[in-house]
Structure formats: C-alpha cells, structure tokens
Design a protein around this ligand. Structure first.
Ligand code: ADP
Ligand code: MG
Length: 229
C-alpha cells in the first residue's frame, strides 16, 4: 500500500497551514484514499465538555475523515494561544520531541494511504529548552510541505525555513503560496522569486478567497500529484 506522510509547516502562524492541509486531505479523500491527520501540539483551545479542543485539530478531522479519536489526533491540547513550550510550562507539562514522535509513529502504524501532520507556528517553534517541532517532523520521517503566507517579509521567512529544513536533512516535498489576506503588493514577482529559489515544486498558488472561505475552495487550486508519487 502507498503510504505518504507529510508535515505541514509554514512561514508564520495564521497564514494558512490548516487551510492548505485540510484542502490536501480533502483532495486525497475525494480520490478515495484512506487519510489520517495529526496535530500533535496545539496551543489555543476551547473547553468543550470539560476538555480542551483545538480548532485546527477539529478541521483536520473533518477534512480527512480520519478514524482517529480526538486525543489521538491532538494529544497535547494547551489552552492559551501562546508559544507551546510556555503554555506547557504554565500547565506543568514538559514537551518532548521523542514522546510526540512516538505518539505520531504509533498512530500512523495504523492503515492509511495519505497522512498530514500539522506543526504549530513555524519550523523552529520550541518544544522545550533544546528541541523544536522540526525534531518531530524528522523523528517521524515525514516530508515537510512549506506553506508561504504571502505578505511582505515572506521571502526571507520562506528561504530561512527551506534552508533550515535542508540543513537538518529534511526533504522538502513542495511549497504553496497562500494569501490569508487580500492583495499583496508585487504578488506575481514574489511568487516568481520563491519559484526560483525554493528547492522543491510549487504545489499551488491560492489567492485570498474571501472572509469565511472554506478549504474546499482551495482544493481545485492545489496539485496533489507530486505528493502521491
Ligand atoms: N487563501 C485564503 N483565503 C481566505 N482565507 C484564508 C486563506 N488562507 C487562510 N485563510 C484563513 O485565515 C485564517 C488562518 O488560516 P489557518 O489555516 O488557520 O492558519 P495557520 O494554520 O497557519 O495558523 C483562517 O481563518 C483561514 O480560514
Ligand atoms: Mg493551524
């Protein structure tokens, strides 16, 4: 069975990682692939029936149709929307890349054909004094997908992220130019610059799709083919 696992990272927070991850899962599911989704660490939760629930995890569950239960998808659900290692410290928890990777590997040992693991924030978001989320991506052997939030400053953030991925021995699977806000000045030139300098294929260019846009609207704009080989 084909088994593909991708780790969605981004140039920043709130730039469309969940949006793009959900769109890829939607496409894969429409093709009849058995999908899995994980959000190992989430900071920013609502309390539902006394338990913390994160909106990213809920969206990934809905888009993927995964048969994992909520706590398998999102084992670490921290209430405040702040840096995960700080939220964890406040909750008296120490995060560990080894524990998180083990959780993901165990979950992904189940049957699936296409899986997406969403990080939190960006590539080098700290987990503890020494480790970052990059260690989880590498620990589960997932190929990173970089979502570039198209705004001023994104070229630097995108190139830094790609550099850090390569330096760690990661294999960037592709990148997506996504516009979480309307009209970036010199948009076309910025996309062209990314195309020239990022060492992986462009998997899609997603314009701002309006307030309350659904990931379903982004699906036709993404190319999943390079991810299924
Ligand atoms: N291309 C887009 N068009 C319109 N809204 C978008 C687009 N990309 C993202 N959004 C919206 O922007 C917000 C942040 O996106 P999200 O995927 O949650 O970011 P991240 O996972 O990087 O924090 C969400 O409300 C999402 O629906
Ligand atoms: Mg997200």
């Amino acid at each position: 069975m084909m088994r593909q696992t991708y780790f969605v990272t981004g140039t920043d927070t709130e730039i469309g990682k969940t949006f793009v991850a959900a769109a890829f899962l939607h496409i894969a599911r429409e093709r009849g692939l058995h999908c899995a989704a994980l959000k190992p660490v989430a900071a920013g939760c609502e309390i539902v029936d006394g338990k913390p629930v994160n909106d990213d995890a809920a969206q990934l569950i809905a888009a993927s149709g995964t048969d994992f239960d909520y706590r398998t998808v999102n084992p670490i659900a921290l209430e405040p929307a702040i840096a995960p290692h700080i939220a964890a410290a406040r909750a008296g928890i120490t995060l560990s890349a080894g524990d998180l990777s083990r959780h993901c590997r165990d979950a992904l040992a189940n049957d699936f054909e296409f899986a997406i693991v969403e990080g939190a924030g960006g590539w080098f978001v700290p987990l503890n004094a020494a480790e970052t989320l990059a260690d989880v991506c590498l620990g589960i052997g997932a190929r990173p997908i970089l979502v570039v939030g198209m705004k001023l400053g994104c070229l630097n953030h995108a190139l830094l992220t790609a550099h850090a991925i390569a330096q760690a021995g990661g294999d960037l699977a592709g990148w997506v130019a996504n516009c979480p806000t309307p009209a970036m000045p010199a948009f076309e030139e910025n996309v062209a610059t990314l195309g020239e300098r990022l060492p992986a294929p462009c998997l899609g260019i997603v314009p701002y799709l309006g307030d309350d846009a659904s990931y379903r609207q982004a699906a036709p704009l993404l190319d999943i083919e390079p991810l299924l080989r």
